[in-house]
Design a protein around this ligand. Sequence first.
Ligand code: DX5
Ligand code: ZN
Length: 216
Amino acid sequence: MKVAPSLLSCNFAVMGEEVARVDRAGADLIHLDVMDGHFVPNITIGPDIVAAVRPFSRLPFEVHLMISDPLRYIDAFAKAGADIITFHIEADSDIDATIEQIRRCHVRPGLVVKPGTPVESVFPYLDSLYMVLIMTVEPGFGGQSFMTDMMPKITLLKEECRRRGLDVLVEVDGGVSEKTIGQAAAAGADICVSGTCVFKANDMAAAIRLLQQSDQ
Ligand code: DX5
Ligand code: ZN
């Protein structure tokens, strides 16, 4: 299991240092939550902040766009140093055009589904995706409870990818901890996002290691 700590739970006053700290603690990727106060009821960071913290780690930056018009901002986040950009299938932008724009910027594209959205909705786009992100909380805030009833989505998605011979990564986001990670691992998730559990841990390296070892 790969672990992508979410900076949403870090100390925003020293965000660059936090990126370096989570890198030293053994993270596999860095997850950056972008919220516009419109698609979700919270506002976080924009491309300038992503660019400012980019030099603090060489790990892949995964930008999770929780914004209404992702297509409009792809170039800016690509320029800021995103390696992966994921956006919501529920957003307003044209999906094919957004995926294409991400690829044109030499960034890897992913689609995200909210808890209320069936996973089958991403099936028509699977051929052109690097990753699918399954939300296990309602997007907008860290520190919420993991929704166990999302696990069948992971199983279904994995089955569909296997059937079509596709190697699309499956990621879970929201409420992941040492208590809930086992279910996601058993269902077949490849990567987990974790904010609270990693940044509030007394021993960050141990917390990351525990999540990484969940599928062994
Ligand atoms: C929620 C964000 C998540 C969140 C996860 O909208 O997409 O990435 O930060 O935080 P925890 O692990 O605290 O649920
Ligand atoms: Zn996220």
